[in-house]
Ligand binder design. Sequence first.
Ligand SMILES: Nc1ncnc2c1ncn2[C@@H]1O[C@H](COP(=O)(O)OP(=O)(O)O)[C@@H](O)[C@H]1O
Ligand SMILES: [Mg+2]
Length: 274
Amino acid sequence: MAGSADIPIEVVAEQPDAPNDHGGRQPYIAFEKVSKAFGSQTVLDGVSFFVMPGETLCILGRSGVGKSVSLQQIMGFLKPDAGQVLVAGEDIVGYTEAQMQVVRRKVTMVFQNGALFDSLSVRENVAFPLREQRTLMEDQIQQIVSGLLEMVGVAEMAEGLPSELSTGMKRSVAIARALAAQPQAILYDEPTTMVDPLIARLLGDLIQKLKHQLHLTSIVVTHDMRFAERLADRVLFLHQGKAHFFGTMEEMKQSNDEILRQFLTLDALVLPEG
Ligand SMILES: Nc1ncnc2c1ncn2[C@@H]1O[C@H](COP(=O)(O)OP(=O)(O)O)[C@@H](O)[C@H]1O
Ligand SMILES: [Mg+2]
């Protein structure tokens, strides 16, 4: 799947307004004291964190702690009750749906089920964001799509329908489709849940390759500690509505915090939940 084929950088990595001054220390994505409740249930209570351009943040925490809710607020599908959500240097909290559509060209999300169009072939699913741009010729579109399918290791399934794919392959196609939009940042919600360990490793290889070759800013929600260790520049551990830990992987491993240690120990023993 994620073989040795190089990413066709010339077709996907063109990011004219990417913040490429890494010395500038301006986060690409950040939460500033974000709170979110559903009715009487407080999910997030003053959570702050940031992701620098080109970095990967892994979000860890028990089921129901607000990991997906955090991603959905970055995409503007949910709005916080208080606080700021910064994306590409802008506070998007007050943004209209039309403004969010512009933001969603820079930041894209890979959903767990892939969210593919069932009636479109794999090839047409990946071509979709390119057709929406209305700027490319058909042969350019086909060339980019073929490159992306090759890169994520599903080229041989190009003419098939999503229903013919395994869960792991669906996720690979969803990643290819996300990349077709030429995003600057990509959010993954539990990419390795419900696939076998081999596929999990291949998806991990792919995400790592995207990080190193395309310098995409990424947020990965995961239960998989080995996965987090491979990918994370920083880790956010959510617990009882708070950013219980936010720091580098090294800092996390050295932490003596009781709750964090408990999570890490249990996580090594217990099968991940959805
Ligand atoms: N749209 C929604 N409406 C009401 N409650 C929600 C909604 N989305 C999430 N929740 C609740 O918020 C909590 C956090 O959910 P979620 O972020 O999905 O957890 P996880 O950390 O497992 O991804 C859960 O208790 C969930 O039931
Ligand atoms: Mg979730």
